[in-house]
Ligand binder design. Sequence first.
Ligand SMILES: *Cc1c(COP(=O)(O)O)cnc(C)c1O
Length: 466
Amino acid sequence: MSNDQTMRGQAAANTPQWQKSDHQHYLHPFTDHRELGEKGTRIITRADGVYIWDSEGRKILDGMAGLWCVNLGYGRQELIDAATRQLQELPYYNSFFQCTHPPAVELAQLLGELSPEGFNHSFFTGSGSEANDTQVRLVRRYWDLAGQPSKMTIIARKNAYHGSTVAGASLGGMSAMHKQLVMPVPGIVHIEQPYHFDLGGGLSPAEFGVQQARLLEQKINELGAENVGAFIAEPVQGAGGVIIPPETYWPEIQRICRQYDVLLIADEVITGFGRLGQWFASTHYGIEPDLITFAKGVTSGYLPLGGTLVSGRVAELVIAEGGEFAHGFTYSGHPAACAVAVANIRILRDEGIIDRVREELAPYFSQQWASLASHPLVGEARSIGLVGAVEIVADKGTRERFHKDLGAGTVCRDACIENGLVMRAVGDTMIVSPPLVITHEQVDELVEKAWKALDATAAALGAAHA
Ligand SMILES: *Cc1c(COP(=O)(O)O)cnc(C)c1O
């Protein structure tokens, strides 16, 4: 037996122990623990490239790049070395009290070089949620300094995901989260999303895009532009179900933000660092935001890091007016996380990975993914860059969904794992977001496995009907 097999054998023997201990001690994020206790957790023990392995030795194609973050794939030695070197040299120091350190400065400078025009400043956090909390603080600080302190309300969208801190969950538009939050942060309101498949009715995507964008204008008029400080949105909604807005949506949003002097915040936590074949999706859509949220792909998930890119308009006022911006975290600009981010960004740049996504990989992925549309269970197959979604429906013609109690999405997700693929379910929308280093052969494998899982889902749901 090879060393590898011995290790897997040992892990497998330990699976029930891990599961038991997990259930006894570990509260997981976004999890029904009673259900988890009954089903048992899957224990992921190692990963390489685009694959992960569980404690039973099963090899699984990670169609979600972890949680939308492992852009470079697993096992990149350069990232491991960057972290190790930095931990040896200076594992921690803060940037409070007029101090700084080389990795944070280097990262901020690098981000200034590759972010859209007009962005030269970064603020660092430990996560995407904290970065969106920072956006709320920056927006309110900005308008206060600008002498318009009434511009405090932030408009966000239903079914958006902006994280799970109190401010993040309030900005987000997930009703289940709002319900448990009891009291969302005051001064945050929501408009409907540009989800054509579910909400488009008889409108063409182009008409629908303009209509949904104008909901922002209606809301601003309702509240009074003098009370609205910012609009926040993901260029493509991720956790909401890979909702790709019609091409007419963003230009109209941009016009409205300009006309009413409302700051535009692009939450690029998923779309940043190459997902759409550009450093930032704002470039893809021609959006000129005032603030950009990033996290996830900035380190390929190897260490936690998030932040906000601050445009000149906001940064210059905050700097020039003086006075302390009373906000920050112990781990703002953590040296090891910043060192990994620098190494990650250099690889993305020097190996031309983002250009490859745009010019070669995304077109191939788009074509292969679209073939799923002919599956009997699929009402729509859509993709942009390296994210994709399929809508599971009971009736292709009418787009009627399966009854909620059947949990078609969950059935399909489990069938994917059975077939060696991680594909996530958002209701009955199946979504993927693979590492940017995936090969054409692996794209084929992903799509083949998704097709088989859909077959298995159809069989299982057919049985449930009978
Ligand atoms: C994941 C995500 C967040 C939250 O990031 P965390 O690091 O989990 O706090 C915020 N916005 C978007 C768009 C995300 O996908």
